[in-house]
Ligand binder design. Structure first.
Ligand SMILES: [Fe+2]
Length: 260
């Protein structure tokens, strides 16, 4: 039987998805976005990090942040573990996995799959930014609230992460991102503390609403521990790129944080 697609009823999600795609297309076509792509690409290559807080129009970003807060309130699980494959560094935080994000989210899953958003990321990366081939790692969230909460030193299993800072405390409370770009993860012998002594560490402070894109497979990174009770919430989109496609992978660190 032939189904006339034009006659098929349109769901709310279709309408929202089309709306997001149209908004983002206009956004990435705008002279504002197109004017500083080269500088961003250079910074990403140089530092393994680039801030792209204008990746989303403001109202869409606010909708995403509100949805993220609802998801974490509904689904957070606290963990306090150390991970052998990253020199026993600590993960002490609340985490949310992809199943809960898909169940409770609406805008957020559409953004992960958005062709236009990917076009914005391709602009910044200078090549195709690809789906992460492991569903569990595509979208995750963390919340840090207690003194000592940290996402300790680690690398990513995939080439890129796009991080939305949903909420961030003042700088006096800690929670900054620290990065050591152009480093290599040997899971059998991670040697993180030696790498830290041999390379400069760059520290980035963010505010709620900031967005950054970074090269997680070759950038050793952590969040500076929270100093006092406060709230730091992030949403993480993991993507791959050309350098990751041929790689063999295991997922020990992510499974320890988000698999339940
Ligand atoms: Fe990370």
């Amino acid at each position: 039987m032939n189904i006339d697609i034009a006659e098929a009823p349109r769901t709310q999600d279709n309408v929202l998805s089309d709306d997001i795609e149209n908004r983002l297309k206009e956004h990435y076509d705008s002279p504002n976005w197109r004017s500083n792509i080269a500088e961003r690409r250079n910074q990403l290559t140089r530092e393994g990090y680039v801030r792209v807080s204008d990746l989303l129009p403001d109202d869409l970003k606010e909708g995403m942040r509100a949805e993220a807060r609802e998801i974490i309130d509904a689904s957070e699980r606290r963990i306090d573990i150390r991970v052998a494959e990253t020199s026993n560094t600590q993960r002490k935080l609340g985490s949310v996995n992809v199943r809960d994000i898909r169940e409770h989210g609406n805008i957020i899953p559409l953004l992960y799959d958005s062709k236009q958003l990917r076009r914005g990321l391709n602009d910044v990366a200078g090549h195709s930014v690809l789906d992460c081939d492991w569903e569990n790692e595509r979208m995750t969230m963390t919340r840090q609230t207690k003194p000592g909460d940290t996402h300790g030193w680690h690398w990513g299993d995939y080439q890129y992460a796009l991080i939305y800072i949903v909420d961030h405390p003042p700088i006096e409370c800690g929670g900054m991102l620290q990065c050591v770009p152009h480093t290599t993860w040997n899971k059998d012998q991670p040697d993180i503390f030696r790498i830290l002594t041999e390379n400069p560490i760059t520290t980035y402070y963010h505010e709620g609403g900031d967005i950054y894109f970074f090269r997680t497979d070759t950038t050793l990174h952590r969040t500076y521990p929270i100093e006092e009770e406060c709230t730091r919430i992030i949403l993480n989109f993991t993507y791959d790129g050309p350098d990751g496609v041929e790689k063999e992978r295991s997922h020990e660190t992510q499974s320890a944080i988000y698999d339940w």
